[in-house]
Structures are given as C-alpha cells and as structure tokens.
Design a protein around this ligand. Structure first.
Ligand code: XMP
Length: 515
C-alpha cells in the first residue's frame, strides 16, 4: 500500500463515525464511510489500505445485530481497527466472548497499558480515554493479546499483530481521549503503512478536470448561488472548468443579510464568472408571505417560490443540461439516513426537487468533502475570509428569524440588528469562535419610553450558539460588557426596538433557529 491508499470506515450507526473519517483525513489519508454491506465491493476497487470498524448502538451478541465480512478483509491481508462496537464484533466473530457488563463506562476513564503493541506504541503507561459502552469483552478471541485495561478492569484494547487486527473499547477519535490522534496515526502509518498524501486543497485541479470531462462541450450548466461558501466554491470550480458555459442564478428574495447581494455579485465577478443573473424577486416573496405566520407555511411558500423563480430564469437559457449544487459530504450521508429514520422537525429549504422537475443532471463537485475541507478549498481558490468563515445561513433567510408574519418593518429591524451583532462580534474577535450568532425579531411588543413618550416597540432576541455540526448546540456564555454594547447599539440605532433579550437555552430542547 502506501501513498494513495484510502481507508474505509464501516458504519455500524455510531455517533462518532463521521469523526473517525475526518480524523483520518486530518492525518492526510483519504477516508470514506461505507455501509457494512458495501465493504466487499469497496475492497474490489483495489486501493483500500486499511479498514476501521466504527461504534454502534447495538449489542454485538444480539441476534440480527449488524456485521461485516471480516474474513474477506483479513484474507486480503488488510489491517483492521475495531472501535467500541467494532472491538466487540471482532471478539464475537473470532471466537471470544462479549457480555453486558455489571456497569457501563461513560465519559472519561483511566486506562493502564499492559503491553505496547504497534497501536499503543509511544503511549504513556496510564492515560485518560473517552468511553461510551454498556457491553464489554470478557474473553478475547484465541491468539489475541490484551494490551490495556481500565480502572474498572474492563479490557480496553487487544490485538493479534500477526494478522494486523487491533481493537479498542474506547474512542480515539474524540478530543477527550488523550493521545487519540497518536493512536490513529499509529494505525495509519505504522500498521497500514500509509504516508500522508491527501489534502483537499491539492485536489482543486483534479476537481476542475473532472468537471471538464463530465460536461460535454455543447452543454451548459446552471448553478443557484447564495452567499454561502458551498455554493460560491461550487460556482468558481465549475467556472474554472467550463468558463462561460456556466450560468449562475442568484435569487434575491429580500430575506438576505445586509449587503449580501452586492457581496455575492462582487465575489463572482472577481473570480471571472461572466454569466451572473440576479433576479430581484423581493416584492414577489413579500406578497406571497403577507398574512402568513405559521413557520412551516412560511418555509413552504419560500421553497416553492424559489423553485418557480429559478425555473423561469433557467428556462430562458438554451442548452442547459446540468444543475450544479453545493452539496457536501454530510448532506449526502444525512439525506440517506433522514429518509429512513428522522422525524420532521423543520422542512429545510434546498433546491433538491429541481433536477427531476427540470430534467437536469446533477453536478456536485464538493460531494465528498466536509465543511472544513470546503473552507480550505475556498481559501486556496482565493475567496476572502469574510466568506470562507461566514456562519451558516438558512435557505429561507431572515424569514426564519422573524416570528409571526414577515413584514417590511420587521425585516428591516432583523437585517439591521443582525448587521450590528455581526459587526460587534467581529470587532471583539468572537465571531470565528462560535457556530452561529443572529438576532430574532418577535411578534409581540414591549412598552418602551423614549423622550417621555410611550412607544410600543419590538423585542429582539440575540442567539449565539456553540456547536460542532448544528445537530446539538449550547448557548454561548457571553461577556456582559459585549452584550451591553450589542443591546444598547440595537435600541439606539434600530428604530422600533424597545427590548433586547438573550437566548439561554441549548439544542435540545430548543432548535437553533426560532422558526
Ligand atoms: P435548527 O434550527 O434546525 O438548525 O436547529 C440547525 C442548523 O440548520 C440551519 N438551518 C437551515 N439550513 N436550510 C439550510 O440550509 C434551512 O432551511 C435551514 N433551517 C435551519 C440552521 O441555521 C442551523 O445551522
């Protein structure tokens, strides 16, 4: 193996599976997540240099629990690393014993190394790891050696070095495990023998080449751009590949952040995108939204109207065969899952229905990348930091940050309050350190007194959250001096606001956006 080999991470439904794949990529080895049934087909591609078995919620000894053809992997001489459920599955498949422990171990746990095999090489004798398990290995398979145990006497790692099979009860991929990256690095370098070779920024010319090969010379591509880094990066890559056969459509639905339209126009022009169609649909959207206060109804109207406007504009361009989208890796994985399990919390806005309706083929150059990797590509392409590091912004825009009916007055307040918040956070250096920060306009009023006169003004809620992926989030414990500056600037500079409040509820039980 060596340079160019990839790692496959077999997904048994563990909450950290994505993190394992990301960590391998951070260590310079390209890795992909694969369903257990897909492993044999992947091995057939000939470039797999090692296999990691992820964690999962099931018990390895339960009938019907997920499994994998370990024989097919091992008979090819490929190294295997099992993590948590993977550790227990290896035990079961090779003839050891797993059972429900007297007690589970969750969170930080001290372990002791008994034997330094290639996986634990360089580790101190005792260190803290992150555990999350109810079941444990009580008897390793024949030929396996126990290499570490926890304070509670649980077998925390084992190996069979001859066939290069290793397993861990704890999670090396989470930040709370000390030396976790070293352990993964040992697996990739020492055991699989793969040198770091992969960096998303280095893939740019390959990506451009692939687009060129995919789109034939008489075909045109349309791309819906927003102010976000994913769609802008997509547009720039496609434009580099096929030049003026790309048509970018930017729908200004009036629910954008301050100066967003100008910023997008500027960036695309600077990057040589020639065919940029900006549709001013502000009035159209506002009219459709008049009198509507139900959050799902607002989202539905905006989604539908967006598709309608987009179709109208695209219909004017002859020879369009492709729709370029800024879909990224988690979007793909998530949508595969969402259809199986997830309950509807909010109907997220995207242009997903468009390709079928318009009979277009899909071009998704960023489909294999994580958000931070897209950011690296964007940076390498030369996009400025204000765009690269900008917080996520929902498709339906400020409409989901306005509670109740969307009116011109509330929109103006929302836009201005958000601009002040963003400016203050950038000034204080906090902006890049949090997941999202925004201002919400409420439907109810708060009585105010200004210059001896009573006025009924709007309530603005500031929400600043910390999160890794938007699935869960905590509220940011804001410095009171900063909060005071934000609050007093909003009441002073934005007419019609009489109260500023701060949101102090995590997700769950709240969601991040209010609607
Ligand atoms: P919630 O409010 O569901 O948000 O906790 C989770 C993350 O998703 C973003 N969000 C959206 N993103 N289209 C998007 O592309 C949408 O319709 C949408 N609604 C919410 C939200 O900003 C947060 O980062």
């Amino acid at each position: 193996m060596g340079r160019g080999s990839r790692i496959i991470v077999v997904d048994f439904g563990g909450q950290y599976t994505h993190l394992i794949a990301r960590r391998c990529r951070e260590l310079g080895v390209y890795s992909e997540i694969v369903e257990p049934e897909g492993v044999v087909a992947e091995l057939g591609r000939g470039d797999v240099g090692g296999v990691i078995l992820s964690g999962g919620p099931r018990s390895a000894y339960e009938p019907g629990s997920p499994t994998v053809d370990l024989g097919a992997i091992v008979s090819r001489g490929l190294p295997v690393l099992g993590i948590c459920y993977g550790h227990q599955l290896i035990t079961r498949l090779f003839g050891g014993r797993v059972s429900r422990g007297r007690f589970g171990e969750y969170g930080r746990t001290l372990i002791e190394v008994i034997e330094h095999d290639s996986l634990l090489e360089g580790m101190p004798r005792r260190f803290n790891v992150w555990m999350s398990h109810g079941d444990s290995v009580v008897e390793p398979p024949p030929g396996f050696r126990i290499t570490s145990v926890s304070e509670g006497g649980v077998i925390t790692s084992m190996s069979e070095e001859e066939r290069r099979i290793y397993s861990l009860q704890f999670h090396p991929e989470v930040a709370h495990t000390e030396h976790g990256m070293r352990i993964l690095e040992n697996f990739l370098r020492r055991i699989c023998g793969i040198e770091p070779w992969w960096s998303p920024g280095d893939r740019i010319s390959e990506l451009i080449e692939e687009i060129r090969r995919t789109v034939s010379e008489d075909e045109r591509v349309i791309c819906a751009v927003s102010g976000g880094v994913d769609s802008l990066t997509t547009a720039i890559l496609v434009s580099r590949a096929i030049g003026d056969r790309l048509y970018c459509i930017f729908v200004d639905h009036g629910l954008l952040r301050k100066n967003e339209r100008e910023n997008v126009e500027d960036s695309l022009r600077r990057f040589g995108v020639k065919n940029l169609i900006v549709v001013d649909a502000r009035r159209r959207f506002l009219e459709k939204l008049r009198g509507v206060s139900d959050p799902e109804e607002k989202r539905r109207i905006i989604g539908e109207e967006f598709i309608r406007v987009f179709e109208e504009e695209a219909g004017k361009i002859p020879g369009v065969r492709w729709l370029a989208q800024g879909t990224i890796y988690p979007d793909r994985i998530e949508s595969g899952r969402a259809s199986r399990a997830a309950a509807l919390i909010k109907s997220h806005h995207n242009v997903g229905g468009l390709p079928e309706r318009m009979n277009l083929k899909l071009l998704e150059p960023l489909r294999d990348f994580y958000k931070d990797e897209v950011r690296e590509i964007a940076r390498r392409l030369g996009l400025p930091d204000e765009i690269v590091k900008r917080h996520p912004f929902p498709g339906p825009g400020l409409a989901v940050r306005i509670i109740g009916e969307v009116t011109e007055e509330k929109l103006e307040i929302c836009r201005e309050a958000n601009a002040i918040l963003e400016e203050e956070l950038r000034r204080s250096g906090l902006y890049d350190g949090v997941w999202q920060a925004f201002a919400v306009v409420c439907d109810d009023k708060w009585v105010g007194v200004m210059g001896d006169r009573r006025i009924d003004g709007y309530i603005v809620i500031i929400r600043i959250v910390e999160s890794v992926d938007g699935m869960t989030a905590d509220w940011h414990r804001i410095d009171h001096g900063l909060l005071e500056r934000i609050s007093s600037r909003i009441t002073r500079e934005v007419p019609g606001v009489t109260m500023v409040a701060y949101a102090a509820t995590p997700k769950p039980p709240s969601t991040i956006e209010p609607c």
